[in-house]
Design a protein around this ligand. Structure first.
Ligand code: SGN
Ligand code: CA
Length: 525
């Protein structure tokens, strides 16, 4: 009797938010969502590549050690704007409508940060926004963003109060803004969600002054398919993202015109360097001089030059990651020192993957593994066992429902992803998805990657390219051909599997409501 009356009392008390001490629900976790730009999983040592062993990311790896690394994490459209819009809405490109960079994201759309704010979280966003203008209207309590892509040095920073040029190195500024908000800016009576979104390692790959020489002289392993012949892969042959052919020698590779000179070779957007102060420029030039003099003296050409360019690309790209990794370390240190860590979920990801010389490429866009994948590491003490590896296929549509689930907030039915929380224990629920859908749109556009859609399951990948000039199917067995060099679309042994996958692709397009591009059964022409 006594029990019964207490239980009856507890319901209205809990509804009023005054649960008894015994029934006090665990406080809602804080969320730290760190995302870099174009950071390939191959460049994170927690993923174990040979390359990353030469340029380890000890602080990003701390998240994997404290929690989990997702080994099959994908995007639905490997491009900045569409991917970010997906992460905010939990919807594929076709559904949220932001299919290509440069489009307009309607800030009044449903997005998870506003839903959390409405549920009592304090929220903030620092860094690269890049889905048009600013986060005005999203509902962040505080924000400071870069202008569009942003710059590596002395960037324009836009805040609710306006725009100004801020002295410093962008990755460090974003880290400082974030730490400052965590320490002094936020409303400490509320749980918080912070988006820390770096510009690095995006083109044009400019490391902090303290990191320019960090990897000079290091020889990174060259991917086996660096000199890909693109045989039987027409779209792969037609791209413009080849390191040795399409990178700008000044802008990207920071090559100089002659021995003894600091003047850059072809530099399409001089603004990136012109923003530096005289002092920064002098330090930059001094740090690059010896290496560039050596390059000019060697008078390289052909294959040797192509290989040299790969090394220079990696030295610069990985150099930018060094500051990101330090920044992650500072954020983790603060969470630990302040005691916040134990009730804070920390996520590290990138807006998409990136080519680090595979197929001879930089950039992303293609549905091939290196850009289809994106890193995803997460720690949540008490909920994810340290050192967990999770192989269930996840996609960027899952981030929004995961944040909602963590905060105990219900989202709209229009969300297409699933909460990752049921995966945290390390076991995959039987009804978890078995395959993922992909659709890339931006053609014509930078790097000339033809539009395509497709699906990937545990072992196979089916892609349909479509454009005025290239209409073709491709099919890969990732088990026997992990580098996707052998398009087996015409292989007689594969025809029944291909037919079954096309059927499944029709179903996936229906599931996500995607009628963009030709239908699966539309003939090639
Ligand atoms: C810029 C880059 C491209 C890159 C796009 C999209 N050129 O235009 O190489 O593909 O951004 O990148 S740059 O020389 O101006 O940097 S994304 O990450 O924003 O989608
Ligand atoms: Ca990007």
């Amino acid at each position: 009797r006594h029990h019964l009356s207490l239980a009856a009392l507890a319901v209205p008390l809990m509804l009023a938010g005054v649960a008894s001490a015994k029934e006090q629900p665990a406080p809602r976790p804080n969320i730290v969502y760190i995302m870099s730009d174009d950071h390939a999983y191959q460049a994170i040592s927690a993923y174990g590549s040979a390359l990353s062993k030469l340029a380890p990311t000890p602080n990003i790896d701390r998240i994997a050690k404290n929690g989990a690394v997702f080994t099959r994490s994908f995007v639905g459209n490997s491009l900045c704007g569409p991917s970010r819009a997906t992460m905010l809405t939990g919807r594929q490109s076709n559904a949220h409508g932001f299919t290509q960079n440069g489009q307009h994201f309607d800030n009044s759309s449903w997005v998870w940060p506003r839903a959390l704010a409405q549920a009592g979280y304090t929220t903030a966003m620092f860094g690269k926004w890049h889905i048009n203008g600013t986060p005005k209207g999203i509902g962040f309590d505080d924000w400071k963003v870069l202008d569009d892509q942003g710059e590596y040095y002395n960037p324009d920073i836009i805040t609710p109060k306006g725009r100004s040029i801020v002295a410093g190195y962008t990755t460090d500024l974003i880290t400082d803004y974030s730490l400052d908000w965590l320490k002094n800016g936020r409303d400490k009576s509320k749980p918080f969600a912070i988006l820390i979104h770096h510009k690095a390692a995006h083109r044009n790959f400019m490391p902090a002054l303290r990191h320019i020489t960090k990897y000079q002289g290091v020889t990174f392993p060259v991917p086996a398919n660096y000199f890909d012949d693109y045989k039987r892969r027409k779209a792969a042959a037609a791209q413009e993202m080849n390191i040795y052919r399409d990178m700008y020698e000044g802008h990207d590779l920071k090559m100089t015109v002659a021995k003894g000179s600091a003047r850059l070779r072809y530099n399409r957007w001089p603004g990136a360097f012109d923003r530096m102060t005289h002092d920064q420029q002098a330090q930059w030039d001094a740090a690059m001089q010896a290496d560039n003099d050596k390059m000019n003296a060697a008078n390289l050409s052909g294959r040797d030059l192509a290989l040299w360019k790969y090394q220079r690309y990696m030295q610069q790209y990985l150099g930018t990651i060094a500051a990101v990794d330090e920044g992650v370390g500072k954020v983790l240190d603060y969470l630990e020192e302040s005691g916040l860590a134990k009730n804070t979920v920390v996520i590290y990801t990138s807006d998409q993957g990136f080519y680090l010389g595979e197929h001879g490429w930089f950039d992303k866009r293609f549905m091939y593994e290196e850009s289809l994948r994106t890193p995803f590491l997460i720690q949540y003490p008490g909920h994810i066992r340290p050192g967990t590896k999770i192989a269930a296929p996840i996609q960027n549509i899952d981030y929004a429902p995961t944040f909602l689930d963590l905060a105990g907030v219900k989202g709209p039915d229009t969300i297409q992803g699933r909460s990752l929380v049921p995966l945290f224990g390390g076991r995959t629920p039987a009804n978890w998805r078995k395959d993922i859908y992909y659709h890339y749109y931006e053609f014509p556009g930078f790097h000339s990657v033809r539009a395509h859609y497709g699906m990937r399951d545990d072992r196979y990948k089916l892609i349909r390219f479509y454009s005025d000039d290239i209409n073709a199917w491709e099919f890969y067995d990732l088990k026997s051909d992990p580098h996707e060099m052998h398009n087996r679309i015409d292989d007689p042994a594969m025809q029944s599997r291909i037919a079954a996958m096309k059927k499944r692709l029709v179903a996936l397009r229906r599931q996500y409501g995607d009628s963009d591009g030709p239908a699966v059964d539309a003939p090639l022409n």
